[in-house]
Ligand binder design. Sequence first.
Ligand code: SF4
Ligand code: SF4
Length: 336
Amino acid sequence: MQSVILGKTGLNVSRLSFGGIPIQRADAANTRAVVDQLEQHGVNFLDTARGYTVSEDYLGAALEGRRDHFILATKSMSRDYAGMQKDIDASLADLRTGHIELYQLHNLSERDFDRAFGPEGAYRALAEAKAAGKIGHIGVTTHSADALRRLVEEYGDRLETVMFPYNIVETQGHDVLAQAQKRGIGTIAMKPLAGGNLEDAALALRFIAAAGVCDVILAGMGAPEEVARNAAVDLSAPFTAAEQAQAEAIRKTLGSTFCRRCGYCAPCPNGIDIPTNFLLANYLRRYGLADWARERYQALRYHAGSCVQCGACERRCPYGLPIRDMLGGVAKDFGY
Ligand code: SF4
Ligand code: SF4
């Protein structure tokens, strides 16, 4: 397995790394089998989150007796000091470890910056945990290209990694990720298969490796076969002209109807979080996480079915997506 130094963290991690979302649909025994495969294939960097329900706990159990063979990353949605302190301790307990190599602010958006980086914010708790040796490094994950740019430009001195979607149909972070690398910030690609929209895993992973702006490719893997399939991909071989043409064809097919979660369509006057509605529909349709998706959909304050067809969002979507029709599909699939 190819390895890479993850920016200024200095961590020596596998280029292909493990994302823990799909562990939620596994059981404890299956998680152990996944970790066996990861170990066998030299995938040593594992990422999970407080928000991925049982993922930290199952991974913690599966890592018992071999914790030091892996480098762990997790993350929390807490934005305030006390909440982050509590979450770090909960992660340490669930992962059954005294030290987590990378702890991240999860899914940060611009409106969170003042709070998270302020004097009573989550970042201070992370910095204190780092000084105390509970965590090794501090990173951030976001889905917004504008937030990513500001994080790198304004907060880059305080961050050691950034995680952002990067795949055949989502390259909007390219220039900022390159800028992050120049500043020594480790770059982690999430959603390499575009939320399950890309079926050819080898093509998808090799596309990211060849783009050269992501140190690590984080693929969600919930079954041992997925680990074996992804680990078999040669990430160092050149991306051929034929593969470029394939990628371009996929972009053309998916490009017109695929939500990139950039957030430009907001605000919806009816309060609908448009990209999250699309994201949960993808989980329902493609990830085999129907119960998980239904639960989160139900927890949304406003659902696709409450769209009043005003069209304001479509005028703001830079990709020209037929948002009203797409939301109609979401409402149909979830039933409201
Ligand atoms: S068309 Fe629907 S989703 Fe779009 S802004 Fe109007 S109410 Fe919101
Ligand atoms: S619907 Fe369009 S504007 Fe809204 S998040 Fe998706 S791609 Fe961006």
